[in-house]
Design a protein around this ligand. Structure first.
Ligand SMILES: [Fe+2]
Length: 387
């Protein structure tokens, strides 16, 4: 038996050169936009200028906020939210990777309401926002899936809490996924973002609320990533591989909206909340296989499906096929140098207890959606194995 709840009122435009559709669509949202982006990559590639010019031709004025960092910060969101208010912008464009788009979602809340973003973080007692400015997501990476879900991940630098929020008002009004914008993604980011999408899919597949809708997208996304990441990693300009990874990422975003991730994301948010230099996709690869081993007795038949359908394992015994799936996952990650240890990032063991507490506080939903009843001590055990 299963239940399905799905709400995604986004106009999604996917495909090579889909950015060309931006002016026509953006005109419907107003005359002044705040473009939210990172410090360098959209400037280096010329994408920021190109976007500003495209909007200008459509009669839309742009205000730029370009301070977003990987693992984006609530302080930047508050600052940009004030800027949006003062400038009286009509909508917010997230231009770049997940950090820029997630920040744009949060800025859209601050711009339309009183107070700061942390006042609207439900897991720390904040209220649910009733409104936000319209959000446009233009993604330059194939990770996070944020263009196809309501979620935004944001870190409070004071409390080190890295939380996920997601409301109906943070669903993008318009999402443009143009694989051509992804060809300049460096090798390491190519691997990290693809594996983020992979973990969204595999975690949704193991989620206690998994259902046929998310299963079909999750398996499909995993297969596409395993087949295409090696090609895009070898030749970043392989547009066929980029298109497949871009779709896998969007499909994985849909699985997040339909079903959602499990405890691996809770653990990773604790890790990169404490140690912001750990890239999200890499953090997931470090702890993921240990979590799946921990859950083995609860998930081996689903792991066996992943083994057979995604990794081409030929094994009729369920448990052996499940074990082989984890082995193949580790082997795959090894190709891209993703089987790292936490100690390589100077993570302190003495933080593990606090990190487990933070995981439970800020990402309890995914922990509850994990098969078996995980306790703080289980999270600590996984962190120790990954050390
Ligand atoms: Fe993620």
């Amino acid at each position: 038996m299963f239940n399905i709840n799905f709400f995604l009122p986004t106009k999604l435009i996917f495909g090579v050169d889909s950015l060309e559709k931006l002016p026509k669509e953006a005109k419907k949202l107003g005359k002044k936009a705040l473009i939210v982006t990172g410090r360098s990559s959209t400037k280096k590639t010329g994408l920021l200028n190109r976007t500003v010019e495209m909007l200008k031709k459509a009669g839309i004025e742009s205000v730029i906020y370009d301070k977003i960092v990987p693992n984006p910060l609530s302080t930047h969101v508050d600052e940009a939210g004030e800027l949006a208010k003062n400038e009286g912008v009509d909508f917010v464009i997230g231009l770049g990777g997940g950090s820029s788009i997630d920040s744009a979602k949060c800025i859209a809340i601050v711009a339309a309401n009183k107070g700061k973003i942390w006042d609207y973080v439900d897991v720390v007692g904040g209220k649910k926002p009733k409104k936000a400015l319209p959000i446009v997501a233009i993604t330059t990476t194939h990770g996070t899936g944020t263009e196809a879900d309501p979620f935004a991940v944001i870190t409070n630098p004071e409390t080190k809490e890295k939380v996920g929020i997601g409301y109906d008002v943070t669903i993008p009004t318009l999402s443009i996924v143009d694989p051509k914008l992804m060809i300049t993604l460096p090798k390491d980011q190519t691997a990290y973002t693809s594996m983020d999408a992979f973990y969204h899919s595999i975690e949704a597949f193991f989620n206690v609320n998994a259902n046929p809708f998310s299963d079909v997208l999750a398996l499909e996304a995993m297969k596409r990533i395993i087949t295409n990441l090696p090609w895009a990693y070898t030749n970043g300009e392989d547009l066929e591989a980029r298109t497949n990874l871009a779709w896998a990422n969007t499909a994985a975003g849909l699985t997040e909206t339909i079903t959602g991730v499990i405890a691996n994301h809770s653990i990773e948010h604790a890790i990169s909340g404490f140690y912001q230099e750990v890239p999200h996709g890499l953090g997931l690869c470090i702890t993921g296989p240990y979590l799946f081993e921990k859950l083995f007795n609860k998930i081996y038949s689903r792991l066996a499906v992943v083994g057979r359908e995604v990794f081409g394992v030929y094994e009729t015994n369920e448990k052996r096929a499940g074990m082989l799936a984890i082995e193949k996952l580790r082997d795959f990650q090894e190709n891209f140098g993703l089987n790292k240890k936490l100690r390589e990032f100077k993570v302190k063991k003495s933080d593990f207890e606090e990190m487990a507490k933070v995981a439970f506080k800020i990402m309890l939903g995914p922990i509850k959606a994990t098969p078996g009843k995980l306790k703080e001590k289980d999270i600590i055990e996984i962190l120790e194995k990954a050390y």
